[in-house]
Design a protein around this ligand. Structure first.
Ligand SMILES: Cc1cc2nc3c(=O)[nH]c(=O)nc-3n(C[C@H](O)[C@H](O)[C@H](O)COP(=O)(O)OP(=O)(O)OC[C@H]3O[C@@H](n4cnc5c(N)ncnc54)[C@H](O)[C@@H]3O)c2cc1C
Length: 466
């Protein structure tokens, strides 16, 4: 039996960051992870491999299409899919090994195996060889993450009918890929395969894509994807999907009811969301019951059972790696008596397609529903010299500010590299900046970040470059 201050169950962005922070703060900490590598969904089958393929496929499309030729670069590219997958896998290995290094650096111990809570303060870990060890701890942090939500009536075989993990490792470029679900994961992975040559059809139950997005931004995004060749079947549901060795036949019907149609694809990606993962966790031994969606409730990361904490995808809030990381820090800081706190109002969200979409804070629709008076400042990337010179002038920056105080309440970006730009507004909004604060801040020229400033100027109608 080994004794710790903290045992973290799960080695994803929630769990590994909790273990690292605990080590930094001098706690004796172990992190139990059942996978063969640390890093969780994010590093192994999520954020990182998807971004590796998005990056490579974006360059491929630029080289193959008119983009390179327009720049005067004449090449005859051909796709080596095996190499594209290999470089992705190698990058993932480097990153997961990096977490092992950080564990050693911060004296966090990785216990390999699947953990099961066995009453208060006790975790039993079963290793791959079947052997078991018992860990005891004053505090246990549950960070067991999430898994793809299955679609009733559709069996994922990861041969023809895929979840996101399967779609990250296809052996060939599909001729026709049907993506079920127009959320972030479906559109990112759909983009990868469209760029590599697939025809992509997205079937979505709702009548819009990415329903959480600011409406105007979402409409612009959908138009842009449609222009790239995405086919959208909105307001439609998949009632069945039958796979053979060669392909899949899907039955689709209007969400509101009506005539069915048949769709044929050689691969189908089911990306209708993710659900909390708590299988075999022994929650019953401490009296914790997941809610109807399988979610573990928390109050400031506390489970309600003394000494048991909950962070990351397994609990409420957006299923995002940086949200899990923030909760990890706050949870461990509370364990040592510090005032750990997560500002849920300012968790940014990004879609890594082309154009990228990045948002933080309130949407216009939310402000309207709250009856809050607001001003809008918009600026198109077509007015930004850096974006124009790079031939990436699609999209805009939209800043929503309180009508009376001018405080920035929401920012919605669609355009080039906006994933890297949104952080400026995250910091500004944490400091309760006004739009004028941004408008009067010097930004480097020529950069896309100038569009952020011009949009802030336009909150009071004085953008100077459009
Ligand atoms: C394709 C895809 C792309 C994504 N892209 C992004 C992105 O760009 N940006 C972003 O912010 N988020 C992205 N996400 C979401 C992100 O991956 C998750 O929000 C994040 O990984 C959640 O972290 P977590 O630590 O809560 O859980 P996870 O990362 O799911 O980690 C949980 C870990 O716990 C382990 N575990 C579970 N139960 C046990 C047990 N009983 N014993 C031992 N180990 C256990 C699991 O094996 C897993 O490794 C993406 C997800 C997917 C699928």
């Amino acid at each position: 039996m080994s004794n710790y201050d903290v045992v973290v169950i799960g080695g994803g962005p929630g769990g590994y960051n909790a273990a690292i922070r605990a080590g930094q703060l001098g706690l004796k900490v172990a992190c139990v992870e059942g996978r063969e590598t640390l890093g969780g969904t994010c590093l192994n089958v999520g954020c990182m491999p998807s971004k590796a393929l998005l990056h490579a496929s974006e360059l491929y499309e630029a080289a193959v299409g008119p983009e390179f030729a327009k720049l005067g670069i004449e090449v005859k590219p051909s796709l080596n899919l095996a190499q594209m997958m290999k470089q992705k896998d190698e990058s993932v290995t480097t990153l997961t090994k990096g977490i092992e290094f950080l564990f050693r650096k911060n004296k966090a111990e990785w216990i390999k195996g699947w953990g099961r809570i066995d009453g208060p303060g006790k975790v039993v870990v079963k290793a791959a060889d079947g052997s078991e060890q018992v860990l005891t701890a004053k505090d246990i942090v549950i960070a067991t993450g999430s898994e793809p939500t299955p679609l009733p009536g559709v069996t994922i075989d990861n041969k023809r009918i895929l979840d996101s993990t399967g779609a990250l490792s296809l052996p060939e470029v599909p001729k026709h890929l049907v993506v079920v679900g127009a959320g972030v994961i479906g559109l990112e992975l759909g983009s990868v395969w469209r760029r590599l040559g697939s025809e992509v059809t997205v079937v979505e139950y709702l009548d819009r894509i990415c329903p959480g997005l600011d409406l105007e931004t979402g409409k612009t995004f959908q138009r842009s994807l449609a222009k790239q060749g995405f086919n959208f079947k909105l307001g439609s549901k998949v009632s069945s999907a039958k796979a053979t060795a060669k392909g899949v036949t899907l039955e689709i019907e209007p969400a509101a009811g009506g005539e069915k149609e048949t769709l044929k694809a050689d691969y189908v990606l089911v990306a209708i969301g993710r659900r909390p993962f708590t299988q075999g966790l022994g929650l019953e031994t401490v009296g914790i019951t997941p809610d109807k969606r399988g979610m573990l409730e928390n109050q400031k990361h506390r489970s309600g059972v003394p000494g048991i904490w909950i962070i990351g995808d397994v609990t409420s809030g957006p299923m995002l790696a940086h949200k899990a990381e923030d909760e990890a820090i706050a949870c461990i800081e509370q364990i040592v008596g510090k005032a750990g706190e997560v500002n849920y109002a300012l968790i940014p969200s990004v879609i890594y397609t082309k154009p990228e979409v990045a948002t933080v804070g309130k949407t216009e629709e939310q402000l309207k529903a709250e009856g809050r008076a607001y001003k809008v400042g918009k600026f198109p990337f077509a007015g930004n010299s850096r974006a124009k010179i790079n031939h990436e002038s699609e999209g805009f920056v939209k800043v929503l500010a309180d009508e009376r105080t001018d405080e920035v309440l929401g920012v919605h970006l669609i355009g080039p590299s906006v994933s890297e730009l949104i952080g400026e507004y995250c910091v500004a909004m944490e400091f309760a900046a006004s739009a004028e604060d941004i408008a009067l801040t010097c930004h480097p020229h020529p950069t896309r970040s100038e569009a952020l400033r011009q949009a802030a100027m336009n909150v009071d109608g004085w953008a100077m470059q459009a």
